[in-house]
Design a protein around this ligand. Structure first.
Ligand code: AMP
Length: 550
């Protein structure tokens, strides 16, 4: 497939609003692709380069891209900045600048989809200063060969953010349609393989290939997630339910095969090097090949420490040995997904639990199974008294569904007035804070779209502002006076006194007395609060105010 054909498909998709039409366009393209092109096309059309299980990043930030397009188009930096401020979109900016190039250059090399892919893969594994030059060279080479429309999508792929509105659901349906297989089968294969590209390749072979998928050690699967709910409803619906403490630490997935083991974070990053103590604890607990799901907490004087201390350890790159001594980490294992070559996710939770108890000798999270509300409530009280966040209720007959926030895992915890929100913009600080961002625009999501909800300017220490600045400075895509706009990636937990209806924000709500609580870099944009969630909270707030007035 020529990259130009891919770019034209993206353009059509970008101009298409209806989901069914989008699915039609993608599925038509899928049928004409070779076995080698298929996975690449599927990942590219979702704005990805690598399989989801692979946390490898290309490592090309907006700045490298601006420099590359600037030298290819032969324009000054100000020309890039001006256009960027006008379009607010890197892809369109690159496209416009390549139009300038087109007027002066005579020949092109046709870009091929697979060539682009292999070039990008080859630079992603490099590290260090030389790698920056290498990345710049490759970006210039690719943009040098690109026509304007190709440039639009090349730039966005290099930043791994395609913005054409194609979600995983549409690609799943398109694969099912193209190869005439059941979409539930496609979804199930995706859960085990965590790579839609590979799933498409198998779908082309046929339904049997899709049915036969297995989890592979060291290809982490997405974490199963929880919803809010009530104990009584769960008992009414399921009779017996399982209850465990809800630990306030960081999620992990532990993979072990032979004497090789790795630990992955909730975002599936490999955090093995930062947590050697947890690895050796888990290695001491099992002889078998396993994939375990759990939560690691930090303990001091027998009590769980604030979640922030755990996150700090997950982020640690240097002086890991010192950090280990300062704080004791304890893994709590609550699920098993793989055992000695067998994929277990489709087994009922109660059966998985038995397999877990048979394979692992220590660190298993205690559990009770009961149909008595009073007994479950006792566990909830005990959890809070021991300093945990609350409890998790799980349905004993349920499978493990990677990546899904279903009704089989329910979290019960005291309602707190904080929200996880995406940081989408900021304003430069003033006075002694003039060199960092001082206040931030944060957003919730409405079916994948970001909806601004508040500005947050309080609650930060100077250190935190400096830390946040370091994390965000490479993500600025637009500057207007003192205001900057980010390519969103960072999540803040934000506290508030009250939700207010507001005309000033498109979503219809804003926060009263918003304050920064903490960075949630264990969370992705997909994890932030939804507008429906906020509406429901607003309703609960109104109900309790009414009750108070009566
Ligand atoms: P939340 O982040 O509030 O949506 O709650 C779900 C998170 O609770 C999971 O992603 C885990 O990180 C964490 N957690 C703590 N204890 C448990 C447990 N026993 N079972 C499942 N998840 C747990």
């Amino acid at each position: 497939m020529l990259f130009m054909d891919f770019a034209k498909t993206c353009e059509r998709l970008e101009d298409t609003a209806g989901r069914l039409d989008m699915i039609g366009i993608i599925s038509q393209e899928l049928t004409g692709l070779s076995e080698e092109e298929l996975p690449v096309f599927v990942r590219f059309v979702m704005g990805r380069i690598f399989p989801d299980w692979n946390s490898r990043k290309l490592g090309i930030g907006p700045n490298i891209l601006y420099d590359a397009v600037r030298s290819v188009a032969g324009v000054r930096k100000t020309a890039v900045v001006d256009r960027l401020n006008k379009t607010g979109d890197i892809g369109r900016t690159v496209e416009e600048l390549l139009l300038v190039k087109t007027q002066t250059s005579l020949s092109y090399t046709e870009l091929d989809l697979l060539d682009v892919y292999y070039k990008l893969v080859s630079i992603s594994s490099r590290e260090g200063e030389a790698s920056q030059r290498e990345k710049m060279r490759t970006a210039m080479q690719l943009l040098g060969d690109a026509r304007p429309l190709e440039g639009r999508y090349l730039a966005r792929i290099m930043l791994e953010e395609l913005r054409i509105g194609v979600g995983e659901g549409s690609v799943r349906e398109a694969i099912a349609k193209a190869f005439n297989v059941d979409s539930a089968l496609v979804e199930h294969a995706m859960q085990a393989l965590n790579d839609m590209g590979e799933v498409a390749r198998l779908a082309k072979i046929g339904p049997d290939a899709l049915k036969d998928v297995r989890i592979t050690p060291f290809h982490p699967v997405r974490m199963m997630l929880a919803q809010q709910g009530a104990i009584a409803d769960m008992i009414e619906e399921h009779g017996q339910i399982a209850a465990e403490f809800k630990y306030d630490g960081s999620r992990f997935q532990f993979h072990k095969k032979g004497n090789w083991a790795r630990l992955y974070s909730r975002r599936l990053e490999d955090v093995t090097a930062a947590l050697p103590d947890v690895i050796s604890q888990l290695l001491s607990a099992t002889e078998q090949d396993v994939i375990l799901d759990g939560e690691v907490i930090a303990i001091k004087d027998g009590k769980p420490m604030p979640f922030q201390s755990v996150l700090r350890r997950f982020r640690r790159r240097h002086d890991v040995a010192e950090a280990q001594e300062a704080i004791e980490m304890v893994p709590n294992v609550f699920d098993i997904l793989y055992l000695d070559g067998e994929t277990l996710i489709d087994l009922p939770f109660s059966v998985r639990r038995k397999r877990l108890e048979g394979a692992v000798t220590r660190y298993i999270a205690p559990q009770i199974v009961s149909g008595e509300q009073a007994e479950i409530e006792k566990t909830y009280d005990a959890a809070l008294a021991a300093g945990h966040e609350g409890i998790m209720i799980k349905v004993p007959s349920s499978p493990y569904t990677p990546g899904q926030r279903g009704k089989n895992w329910i979290k019960i915890k005291p309602e707190v007035d904080t929200l996880d929100l995406a940081v989408i913009g900021a304003e430069w600080g003033e006075g002694k804070r003039a060199h960092v961002f001082g206040s931030f625009l944060v957003a919730c999501q409405d079916q994948g779209r970001l909806v601004p909800i508040s500005r947050v300017a309080t609650g930060f220490s100077d250190e935190q502002l400096a830390e946040v600045f370091e994390m965000l400075k490479e993500s600025v895509i637009k500057t207007e006076g003192k205001e900057v706009t980010f390519e969103p990636s960072l999540v803040f937990e934000v506290g508030y006194a009250e939700l207010q209806a507001s005309q000033n924000y498109k979503g219809g709500f804003t926060l009263r007395f918003p304050r920064f609580i903490r960075i949630r870099d264990d969370k992705d944009l997909a994890d932030i609060e939804t507008i429906e969630g906020i509406r429901a909270r607003y309703q609960r707030q109104a109900n309790s105010a009414q009750a108070y007035q009566k």
